[in-house]
Design a binder for this molecule. Structure first.
Ligand code: FES
Length: 251
């Protein structure tokens, strides 16, 4: 695999354990696409970009040795990348809604624009990210412990929320949360186009190893963004996934 490198130009603490790293990278990337980020000696992981402008960014929470090494990077460090890969979000056509859980807001962040509304959920106030990116009154916050905004989870709030004015809904977060959102949206008359950004074990990122297969799709090539109609055909969605050891675990 051949990598390019970029130099980290800035780092920002977004929330508890979540950091954004900024870097210049000349590649064109569409919102929702991902890159493979390599840390020499440790391995590589797929990450969606949290900014796809001229200055790019990734926003990451530590969940293993590679991500931990990335979160410890400082300005001046080199970041090794390949990509971008995968199918992006479709472009919005009207008022649209972003539904993000925890650090899942990172891949929705490039979708923020003048017609964007958002529901941002986290366990607690300190875990919320990117709520300041939205115009006042267009962002709704939920926390499990009630430390900010609505007390409860995303779906508890969604049940009280009118979705009729949106032409598109984009969802990203922990899979159990996305599965609950999927079921809620399927139980209602929703006219909007709905897309979810999924995550699976990824090794090659380019359709060779099949580690990312889900419901007959390869997540790295056919996703990571899928429409709600495609999710209808994925039996594993919200139920199970493969882990590094090759074992299938229940979600
Ligand atoms: S990650 Fe290898 S086929 Fe998708």
């Amino acid at each position: 695999m051949s990598y390019e490198y970029a130099t980290v130009s800035g780092v920002k603490e977004e929330g508890r354990g979540v950091r954004t790293l900024w870097f210049q990278w000349e590649r064109k990337v569409e919102p929702g696409q991902f890159v493979m980020v390599w840390v020499p000696g440790l391995g590589e992981i797929p990450l969606s970009l949290s900014s796809t402008d001229h200055t790019k960014s990734i926003t990451i929470k530590s969940f293993g040795p590679v991500s931990e090494a990335i979160t410890r990077m400082s300005p001046g460090d080199r970041i090794y990348l390949r990509g971008p890969y995968g199918r992006p979000f479709t472009r919005p056509t009207g008022q649209y809604l972003l539904i993000g859980g925890g650090s899942g807001m990172a891949s929705l962040r490039p979708m923020v624009g003048p017609r964007a509304h958002a529901i941002i959920s986290a366990r607690s106030k300190d875990d919320l990210i990117f709520r300041d990116a939205f115009q006042p009154g267009r962002v709704h916050v939920t926390t499990d412990d009630g430390s900010e905004g609505f007390k409860g989870n995303t779906v508890d709030f969604l049940r009280t929320f009118d979705l009729s004015g949106f032409t598109e809904i984009y969802v990203c977060g922990p899979e159990r949360m996305m599965f609950s959102v999927y079921r809620e949206l399927r139980s209602r008359q929703v006219n909007a186009r709905v897309e979810f950004s999924l995550e699976r074990l990824m090794k090659c990122g380019i359709g060779l190893c099949d580690s990312c297969s889900i419901g007959g799709y390869q997540l790295c090539r056919d996703g990571p963004v899928f429409s709600i109609d495609e999710l209808d055909r994925m039996e594993e969605f919200g139920r199970s996934r493969l882990v590094e050891s090759g074992r299938r675990i229940t979600l």
